[in-house]
Design a protein around this ligand. Structure first.
Ligand SMILES: [Zn+2]
Length: 231
């Protein structure tokens, strides 16, 4: 959708920018702005509609994934557990959905605000379409990277939050931190935390912050549940 958004804006700019008569007088610039805002409004609505559906789907997938991995851990020790939706789990799920919706909505918001500024500045200064097209391409790159970071980060965070809620509702209170060894630049504190037992309600105090595995940005650490009476 970020690509579609950028294609649509780029198409509009190419078709309308030169028609605006640039900085010759104020009204074409204003007409350009009002036309851009109409386009922006349409895209904001499309993202808004998509955000609610996508966030719910995403949070449910995180829930299913964490249940599958926990159920495997139990199966390995010969125990079958029934997973029911508990109130803390539902609260965690709703919190994940709400945060996700806001982040998804912020993607077109930031992009469209930046592009509007760019278009208006270019028009006001009489810059040519080539300059504007280059700048748009840069904004597209930034937006795409930001969307990817949000998706990755939310996925790790949602998995952590749902796992804590699920494990807590099964009477599990502790976990053992596992460093992922996946990142190119691992955080030394996370490497050191590998194998450390921690309280699920608190996490570990790393670099001055109480964190669960997967909670810090780009953190791919995980944990295994300490099953009472077994570990
Ligand atoms: Zn980590």
């Amino acid at each position: 959708m970020v690509k579609e958004l950028n294609d649509s804006v780029t198409y509009w700019v190419k078709a309308d920018y030169n028609k605006s008569g640039l900085a010759q007088d104020a009204s074409p610039v204003r007409a350009l702005q009002s036309a851009f805002r109409k386009l922006a409004k349409r895209w904001t609505k499309r993202f808004d509609d998509m955000a609610d559906k996508l966030a719910a789907k995403f949070a449910n997938a995180a829930l299913v994934n964490s249940d599958v991995s926990l159920s495997t851990a139990f199966k390995d020790i010969g125990v079958t557990v029934q997973f029911k939706m508990t109130e803390p789990m539902n609260n965690a799920l709703q919190a994940v959905i709400a945060e996700n919706v806001n982040l998804i909505k912020s993607i077109p918001e930031q992009y469209l605000t930046q592009v509007e500024t760019l278009v208006m500045q270019s028009a006001g200064r009489g810059r040519d379409l080539g300059y504007l097209a280059d700048e748009l391409q840069k904004r597209y790159g930034i937006t795409k990277r930001r969307a990817a970071l949000i998706a990755r980060d939310q996925n790790n965070k949602a998995t952590s939050v749902m796992q804590v809620a699920r494990q807590t509702s099964l009477g599990i209170t502790e976990g053992i931190w596992h460093h992922s060894h996946a990142g190119k630049v691992p955080r030394p504190s996370h490497v050191k935390a590998n194998g450390t037992k921690f309280d699920l309600s608190k996490g570990l105090l790393l670099d001055g912050e109480w964190l669960l595995p997967g909670e810090a940005i780009n953190c791919r650490c995980t944990w295994s549940a300490v099953i009472p009476g077994l570990n």
